[in-house]
Design a protein around this ligand. Structure first.
Ligand code: CA
Length: 242
């Protein structure tokens, strides 16, 4: 009957990043860190391979090194923008410090953002997530399902196991965000930033309060707790193996 449900849903919800980088050590470091943060990773070591991988794997985001053998990152970016299927594909250009002026040109030729080597993985992740949010705004119609929970986004209706679940507005937005990013761990800061908004200043423990309410609303005795607390890190919507 195919793969287990969690794998199917987990993989479908994990964004795919194409890392285009000719320095093998850097590509390996990026793959390790991005996979740890819940992304799927494909690699390409030159521009032509990048374009082929994009056509084959349809990534959600491209991390594009500026200095590549044969075809430069900027030419790859141009070709991405020319393709009708890839025109809106988010691209982050990776440049060396000495290429700063060029990086600005990179933005003009269609990169959505850029990072300068050496960069911290945290700042890269923040840019990636911001870009993915912009390219995948929360849909306001249709249905999303995770495990035995269904959300009707147009009617604002939530069901678990066929019974109605009543949620406050914040718990509703939290759950919608989790369901659209199932399996990924978010810090309290990230949840505040995305669910409450970047300009809202509330204490981090506010998140814990709403997570507690959400848990209480969706979990009935005997049902799996679908909210996973990740110690020292944050929360995820996940089905832990019993
Ligand atoms: Ca390079």
């Amino acid at each position: 009957m195919g793969p287990p449900m969690l794998d199917m849903i987990g993989n479908a919800a994990k964004p795919l990043v194409l890392v285009v980088e000719d320095e093998a050590a850097l590509a390996t470091m990026l793959r390790y860190n991005l996979e740890k943060q819940g992304f799927r990773v494909e690699e390409a070591s030159d521009g032509q391979e990048a374009l082929t991988r994009i056509a084959e794997t349809r990534p959600d985001l491209v991390l594009l090194d500026w200095m590549l053998p044969a075809m430069s990152g900027i030419e790859v970016c141009r070709q991405i923008r020319r393709g009708p299927a890839t025109r809106d594909l988010p691209v982050i250009m990776v440049t060396a410090r000495t290429e700063d002026q060029d990086a600005v040109r990179g933005l003009n030729t269609g990169a959505d953002d850029f990072v300068t080597k050496p960069f911290s993985i945290d700042s890269l992740l923040a840019r990636m997530r911001a870009l993915l949010r912009r390219s995948n705004p929360v849909p306001d119609r249709g249905q999303i399902t995770f495990h035995d929970i269904t959300m009707d986004l147009a009617a604002h209706r939530v069901q678990r196991n066929g019974r109605s679940v009543h949620l406050g507005p914040t718990e509703y937005r939290l759950l919608a965000f989790f369901m659209q990013n199932a399996g990924r761990v978010f810090t309290r800061e990230e949840l505040l930033d995305t669910v409450w908004g970047p300009d809202i200043h509330v204490e981090l423990r506010t998140v814990d309060v709403h997570i507690r309410r959400l848990r209480k609303a969706i979990n009935q005795p005997g049902e799996a707790d679908l909210i996973r607390t990740v110690r020292a890190s944050g929360y995820a919507l996940d089905l832990e193996p019993a």
